[in-house]
Design a protein around this ligand. Sequence first.
Ligand SMILES: CC(C)(COP(=O)(O)OP(=O)(O)OC[C@H]1O[C@@H](n2cnc3c(N)ncnc32)[C@H](O)[C@@H]1OP(=O)(O)O)[C@@H](O)C(=O)NCCC(=O)NCCS
Length: 161
Amino acid sequence: MSDIEPQAVEALLDAAFGTDRFGRTAYRIREGVDAVPDLSFALVEASELIGTIQCWPVAHRAADGTATPLVMVGPVAVRPDVQRGGHGRALMAHMLTAAETRADSALMMIGDPEYYGRFFDFTAEATGAWDLPGPFERQRLLARVVNGHALPVAAGTIGPR
Ligand SMILES: CC(C)(COP(=O)(O)OP(=O)(O)OC[C@H]1O[C@@H](n2cnc3c(N)ncnc32)[C@H](O)[C@@H]1OP(=O)(O)O)[C@@H](O)C(=O)NCCC(=O)NCCS
């Protein structure tokens, strides 16, 4: 994403999620960390940014202090006027292919199980005892193994690495 203007990404995220997005729990989970360049991509058509996916280094911390690294997926966003045209799926598939060889940990995200479960094998099976630094709907806390990295199932809080 190095050749994409950061303002263009921010404008796309505003259009897809609204300008009040910064209060969301997902933003608190990754506060102060930089995106993982190997797993963050932009979709450009005719020199215009139409889609973006970003991933972040986070961790699951158990009460005994054990930390398990995770990669948080998202935001995934497609410009509203070209949504439902396969771009979101293409961005996710591209990221997952990269993650199969380059992810240093399993994946987690906050998202619609109808979309991320149906197409990309994310489930809430491992996340039942996880907590987040803000409000969330439990059925939308999803995770997925990748690149041989297992998921923690113990109680723990997700936060920046
Ligand atoms: C969610 C999003 C990334 C999907 O990308 P997209 O390019 O619009 O969707 P795609 O064309 O890849 O996928 C379309 C399919 O997914 C389904 N789908 C899309 N968004 C969905 C959702 N939120 N829940 C359930 N199904 C969804 C469509 O019904 C369609 O299914 P079909 O092929 O059987 O008709 C995009 O719509 C978006 O940016 N939305 C706003 C921001 C957002 O909610 N991001 C996700 C949270 S991180």
